[in-house]
Write a protein that binds this ligand. Structure first.
Ligand code: AMP
Ligand code: MG
Length: 500
């Protein structure tokens, strides 16, 4: 397990609160493989000890003894404002198996629960489970979800709901907020231990540099920029991109009021509570950049320290200025890394093999048309793979008819076709390429909602079916065509609140 230091400002031992009469709601046999646990596809383990451990009712299970569960302290910026200390208010780290930390979310109060009850409701636990596994299947770095365990215990939110525990797996759950926590308390020794731990376990090449901490910052920032590009390419909106929800490993984490775009709306806000749209779709890349600036400022003492070691004679003032300049240059690398990755993803979505100087115009003009014509993001790219390069083809009608602005689409299509012809693109090969990057199935809110409502009535079959479909998002799975469709108009505007 990474980074266990003692002291209340860092982490504390905590015992999960038992969950009465727990039952299995969902289990990912694919995630289970990560910890060497083998079960039939999406079947929970037959050993009931696992059910008890994942409900927080025991600490012993075959092959594992979780005798020292902990919760960690972190701080963070929420909605752009310094929020002070937060911490694992309802997440308990049991221990690790095969390099995967095992964390129970919703297993009761911890020393960092503040006013909260330490619980999670079935609804939000299912949402976290489904999306973690769907994102993984889409090839997007994410924390994983091993299981959801439910109970009839009541939990008060906006209405009375029931409790559940979602078990998450990740090589580490460390966040930008961990650095911010130590920096804000001027705990420089802990700051350094955290950085050393990250380098040792996850960023080993940074250790070879003459400035390992600066390299660590650059590496985290680069991973984050790539993650942002992947989200934009699949239409994923996180919803609460606070620094305490931003992973130091470049993973998608802390699934709350997230959403996938149905119709392409550049300014889509998935979180009902985000009235200002701080975390809207179009702002995600720049918000993660902003979060990297928070990380940089938290890492400043480390960069000063490593400069000091290399330049013993430099004055304190010069050291600080040089460290700030170095970090500023490092922060400035993000936009270009992001832009290059974004272009590459969208070029691939269009099936283009070569890069050309006007690619951005081609991509952006399409996105503008999609925005103004309210085109479903996922099905559009999937159908675009079927486009024929022959101008007269009837196949193109399916696409064209979605646009109110047909002239606009025709003009774009002409440019796209010309581009494909320049590449001597073969329709069949292009279709295959495109279908490997443009998913047919994404976790649309209305699909999650149907699975949740059935599960709330103790029917977990829809949840299991949906999870199975989303495990293979690029496959045709013709029998499940209905799951690939945009929501019917009456389900278009499901609002998701922060309450969880
Ligand atoms: P989130 O918005 O879910 O990332 O949560 C922000 C902070 O509030 C984190 O420190 C959480 O651990 C904490 N938190 C959220 N819900 C609860 C709850 N029901 N009980 C205790 N802490 C919570
Ligand atoms: Mg969080």
């Amino acid at each position: 397990m990474t980074f266990i230091l003692s002291g209340a400002a860092v982490s504390q031992t905590v015992t999960p609160t038992p969950l009465p009469d727990p039952y299995w709601v969902a289990f990912s046999s694919d995630a289970a493989k990560l910890i060497g646990l083998t079960t039939s596809p999406n079947q929970w383990p037959t050993d009931s000890a696992w059910l008890q451990v994942l409900a927080g009712n025991g600490l012993l299970v075959e092959g594992a003894n979780f005798s020292n569960p902990i919760a960690t302290a972190y701080s963070g910026h929420q909605f752009g404002m310094w929020a002070g200390q937060l911490g694992d208010g309802r997440a308990i780290l049991l221990g690790d198996i095969q390099g995967q930390e095992i964390q129970l979310k919703g297993a009761g109060k911890t020393p960092y629960s503040r006013m909260g009850d330490g619980r999670a409701v079935l609804r939000s636990s299912i949402r976290e489970y489904l999306c973690s596994e769907a994102m993984h299947a889409l090839g997007i770095p994410t924390t994983r979800a091993l299981a959801v365990v439910g109970s009839k215990q009541k939990v008060i939110r906006e209405t009375v709901e029931t409790a559940a525990v979602c078990t998450r797996l990740a090589p580490s759950f460390l966040r930008v907020g961990h650095f911010e926590h130590f920096a804000s308390l001027q705990m420089h020794a802990e700051l350094q231990m955290l950085a050393d731990d990250l380098i040792g376990n996850f960023y080993p090449t940074c250790g070879d540099s003459t400035a390992p901490y600066l390299e660590l910052f650059k590496a985290i920032s680069a991973r984050t920029a790539h993650l942002a590009a992947q989200w934009q390419a699949v239409g994923f909106c996180h919803g609460v991109l606070n620094t305490d929800n931003t992973s130091l490993l470049g993973l998608t984490m802390d699934y709350g009021p997230y959403g996938f775009l149905d119709q392409f709306q550049i300014n889509h806000i998935c979180n009902h509570s985000d009235s200002g749209g701080r975390y809207s779709y179009q702002r995600q890349p720049q918000i993660l950049h902003w979060n990297m600036a928070c990380l940089a400022s938290a890492m400043l003492p480390l960069i000063e320290q490593e400069l000091k070691q290399a330049n013993v004679s430099m004055s304190e003032n010069d050291l600080s200025n040089t460290a700030q300049t170095a970090l500023r240059s490092a922060i400035a690398l993000y936009p270009e890394i992001y832009q290059t990755a974004w272009e590459a993803h969208f070029r691939a979505k269009l099936g283009l093999l070569e890069s050309q100087s006007d690619d951005v115009t081609l991509i952006e003009s399409l996105l503008q048309l999609m925005h103004h014509n309210q085109i479903d993001f996922t099905t559009f790219f999937r159908h675009l793979a079927n486009l024929s390069t022959l101008p007269s083809s009837n196949q193109n009608k399916v696409l064209r008819d979605q646009f109110l602005n047909r002239d606009g689409f025709d003009a774009w299509l002409l440019r796209y076709r010309t581009r494909l012809q320049q590449e001597h693109s073969n329709d069949q090969a292009r279709k295959q390429r495109m279908n490997l990057v443009n998913p047919k199935f994404i976790l649309r809110n209305h699909l999650a909602q149907a699975a949740i409502e059935a599960a709330q009535a103790d029917d977990f079959s829809e949840l299991s079916r949906l999870a199975t479909i989303l495990c293979n998002p690029f496959d045709e799975q013709l029998e499940y065509d209905a799951y690939a469709q945009p929501p019917p108009p009456e389900l278009n505007s499901i609002e998701v609140s922060c309450s969880s």
